[in-house]
Design a protein around this ligand. Structure first.
Ligand SMILES: [Ca+2]
Ligand SMILES: [Ca+2]
Length: 183
């Protein structure tokens, strides 16, 4: 019984920790689930050219004052848990340059060199809020270098047991031992 309870809690945490929090990160048939600003007709969702299949080109006319941005609201984050954000990117237009592509979430910013090879990024962060917004930007730092992105993923990699689950398991164990004593 004790082991069954522990196993249930473990399985529960395991299933929570691997749930994908990004909607439509593979851009297979459209860009549903995503919103974008400062993206012109040379950018946007494409049915091919991704890694593989569909992808999204983060591009506008290279205005210095604004960066084309693709974003998505994230909910269901657990404060204190560690998450991994990952994806692929490649140069769609412009010259290969450092820090042209940015990934931003929960106060973190990572910037990447963009060139003609598909590259992957993978970063971890500890959530400080239950909701957030993931921003993927091109043309950063005054460049006119436009990335195409694909396979965007956000998963919890180190869960934090919630006080309520700990309390429930303690109550469950107390109940179990009380029942056993009364037999
Ligand atoms: Ca794809
Ligand atoms: Ca551009």
């Amino acid at each position: 019984m004790k082991y069954t309870i522990s196993l249930c809690i473990f399985m529960c945490l395991l299933s929570i920790s691997h749930a994908e929090l990004i909607t439509n990160g593979h851009f297979t048939s459209n860009a549903n689930g995503w919103t974008w600003v400062n993206v012109d007709s040379a950018g946007g969702w494409r049915s091919s050219g991704g890694y593989p299949g569909g992808g999204f080109i983060i591009n506008d006319g290279g205005a210095l004052g604004s960066d084309p941005t693709l974003y998505q609201s994230i909910s269901g984050l657990v404060i204190g848990a560690t998450y991994t954000i990952s994806g692929n990117y490649i140069l769609a237009h412009g010259t290969p340059v450092s820090n042209a592509f940015g990934v931003q979430i929960d106060g973190n910013l990572w910037q990447y060199y963009v060139d003609g090879s598909w590259r992957s990024f993978s970063q971890t962060f500890v959530a400080t809020s239950t909701t957030g917004t993931l921003y993927l930007t091109g043309e950063r730092n005054g460049t006119d270098t436009d990335p195409m992105v694909d396979n965007i993923s956000l998963v919890m990699t180190t869960p934090v047991p919630e006080p309520s689950s700990i309390l429930l398991s303690i109550l469950g164990l107390c109940f179990y031992f009380r029942m056993r004593r009364n037999k």
